[in-house]
Design a protein around this ligand. Sequence first.
Ligand SMILES: Nc1nc2c(c(=O)[nH]1)N[C@H]1C(S)=C(S)[C@@H](COP(=O)(O)O)O[C@H]1N2
Ligand SMILES: [Mo]
Length: 327
Amino acid sequence: MLIKIKKNWFASENDVTSESAYLNRRSFMRGAAGVAGATGLIGMGLGSSAVAAGKKRDLVPLNFSKTSYDPGESLTPEDAVTQYNNYYEFGTGKSDPSQNAWQLQPKPWSIQVDGMVDKPATYAFEDLVDMKTLEERIYRLRCVEAWSMIIPWIGVPMAAILEKVGVQSGAKYVAFETLADEKQMPGVKPSFFGGSVLDWPYKEGLTLPEAMNPLAFMAVGLYGKEIPNQNGAPLRLVVPWKYGYKSIKSIVRITLTDRQPPTSWNQSAPREYGFYSNVNPTRNHPRWSQAKERRIGEFGRRTTAMFNGYGDEVAHLYAGLDLNVNH
Ligand SMILES: Nc1nc2c(c(=O)[nH]1)N[C@H]1C(S)=C(S)[C@@H](COP(=O)(O)O)O[C@H]1N2
Ligand SMILES: [Mo]
């Protein structure tokens, strides 16, 4: 039975349909945490989520400019964006990241930038992200599990970061790595559930033209404030025309290279997850259809659009590439 659950992690239709029940349970736990804190029950077996709720980071409001990046659809409620997550370093359940990610220390943060760049260095977060030029972009997020959200991100274009470090001619790909620290991330411990489907650190990659595309974004906030740990603090990629797993969280390394870099989900299940991972409703996942999606917070299903609706901006990047083979 355990093996079956493992195989179906990405087909978590049950998680999706029980979203409202789940959110109700969370608000109950938040209430319980308050009571526990007041009466000293923490540490007496009340459960880790109560402790987690008490240790939530204070998220500083950010200064940003509005943009025209807005699909004009209702925003997914903030509670769902921050409590229904995929971040396997904190556990594989949808509620695990919001319960466990308080253990992550996003400040101070540094990012190693290496490979084919003019200015390789270990950059302080503040030196890589110009907090004076933050913009808000409302993007669709389509998970390969067939659910979706509309999220108001705050951040900077990926191109701005690449310009800062200076991309050398000959570089063809950008590789990214997430922090992998057992002390902060329970899911990274070898003992975790007897192992994981993924190898750490979590790795992702883009072609250089993809990373330079105006849509490619490095988020440092959402819903007007700093980005919560469970969403990938302090900086995470957002590539809205690709399945959600390309949007790698809590980045500690960026490498410019001339070879296609290995990526975590492709390594884990190459038949199921490719390098490009563009949202493609005509190419079914080997175990389920990608034609439709459930918008978190809604009943029923919506039709999934090619490139998640961003074809005008990105389709030219794939001219001549068979997206059903190079998926
Ligand atoms: N490091 C890391 N990044 C990750 C993941 C992960 O497990 N680890 N999950 C991915 C998946 S599958 C999705 S759908 C998105 C979810 O982002 P969100 O939780 O902010 O909605 O993060 C992506 N980035
Ligand atoms: Mo995902």
